[in-house]
Write a protein that binds this ligand. Structure first.
Ligand code: KG4
Ligand code: ZN
Length: 372
């Protein structure tokens, strides 16, 4: 089954093709430059950029892959959660393509797609315990199968990515700052006492990162020399050795505080009778690219004797391959939407409101990946 996927939930405009869950081609236009000026995503600008970039991206995706819309078996699109105005651009485009070419439409939960990014090209033994860490979400999930997922714990306020980004902002590092905190904090001993590991003194699996965000901002305000006088220009390679050691120590301590908080709650979930035995660990979302968090999960999985499934770093961030791959999974199960499928804004749960029908797709075709 060949599925076209569209992603416009935040600040990446992306389109991709997957054949039976395997990536065939992707085109992605990042809007980081547009939003970096403002230190965060400006929703109005994001919608306009999606509108401007979507058409040309689709044209090059088909031209470079040598495939046509006619050969596609379904059009999958991220329907939420995300910025409403941005989602509407993707959804309206997907509906137009589905209607014009007579193809089924599949609305995809962006969070479901993030998790599925960890399963691309691999056989995951279920049930699996999943950690979803992104700019807007921090959740522990139980995956009974790829299509049967329950949330066991979630953040009650800010997500881990928000804590990284706000810490970076207070240090005058460019947006989005997670990658800077990650790289600058690498290869140095982390002070385990500098920042609190928040919200552990309880028995549940929820997270809260707003206190940690404040703790870092307060620490940086009290040590003014940590704040860079001039914001470095975003993009390009980050060479940690070129940065002041006190700043790098703050980054290392923050990487530790967030990674270890995630570890404690994942261990708690593994030990909980409500979770039951699991056969694998899985993590996804932009923050799952963090090297300290990847190291923590690798160590945890080895200690617990479980296989670990992590997406390639480029599939951790928002992308359309994960939407197309999840579209394949849903289409194969005969799950689609009508053209009345609506967008779901941030903070609302995406309903499981698929229509059930016969499995989509034709026998698998062996396609060579197109140029990326
Ligand atoms: O999943 P994602 O691309 O977008 C959302 O759906 O939110 O996640 C973006 C978040 C941002 O907060 C960004 O700073 C963070 O992921 N991030 C990282 C790293 N790379 C991206 N955080 C820590 N370490 C990284 N290497
Ligand atoms: Zn995302």
């Amino acid at each position: 089954m060949l599925c076209l996927g569209l992603e416009t939930s935040c600040d990446e405009t992306a389109v991709a093709l997957c054949e039976d869950g395997r990536p065939v081609a992707e085109k992605l236009a990042s809007q980081i430059d547009v939003h970096a000026l403002f230190g965060g995503v400006v929703p109005e600008l994001a919608s306009r950029e999606h509108l401007r970039r979507m058409g040309p991206l689709l044209r090059t995706l088909f031209a470079d892959s040598g495939l046509t819309l006619d050969e596609v078996d379904a059009v999958a699109v991220a329907r939420g959660p995300g910025l409403l105005g941005s989602l509407l651009i993707g959804l309206a485009t997907a509906k137009g393509l589905a209607l014009g070419a007579g193809k089924p439409l599949i609305g995809v939960d962006h969070l479901h797609a993030h998790l599925m990014a960890a399963t691309i090209g691999r056989e995951v033994p279920y049930p699996a315990l999943g950690l979803l860490v992104s700019g807007g979400h921090t959740q522990i999930m139980l995956l009974r199968s790829a299509l049967d997922i329950a949330v066991l714990g979630r953040t009650v306020d800010d997500a881990a990515g928000e804590a990284f980004d706000k810490a970076a902002k207070s240090l005058n590092l460019p947006y989005p700052g997670g990658i800077y905190i990650d790289v600058l904090g690498r290869d140095i001993e982390a002070d385990h006492t500098l920042f609190p590991r928040p919200f552990l003194d309880n028995h549940h699996l929820d997270f809260s990162f707003s206190g940690l965000k404040t703790a870092v901002a307060t620490y940086v305000a009290a040590h003014g020399e940590l704040r860079l006088p001039v914001m470095p220009s975003p993009g390009g390679a980050i060479d940690p050795s070129a940065w002041p050691m006190p700043l790098r120590r703050v980054c290392a301590a923050l990487n530790f505080a967030i990674a270890d908080t995630l570890r404690v709650k994942m261990e708690r979930a593994l030990d909980s009778r409500d979770t039951g035995p699991v056969r694998a660990l899985l993590a996804a979302g932009g923050v799952a690219a963090n090297s300290r968090i990847r190291g923590m999960l690798t160590e945890l999985a080895a200690r617990r004797g479980l296989p670990l499934f992590l997406p390639r770093p480029e599939l951790c961030a928002d992308n359309a391959t994960m939407i197309a791959a999840t579209g394949c999974l849903l289409g194969r199960a005969g799950l689609t939407h009508g053209l009345d499928c609506d967008a779901v804004p941030r903070g609302r749960r995406v309903p499981w409101d698929y229509r059930e029908g016969p499995p989509l797709g034709r026998p698998s075709v062996d396609r060579r990946p197109g140029p990326q």
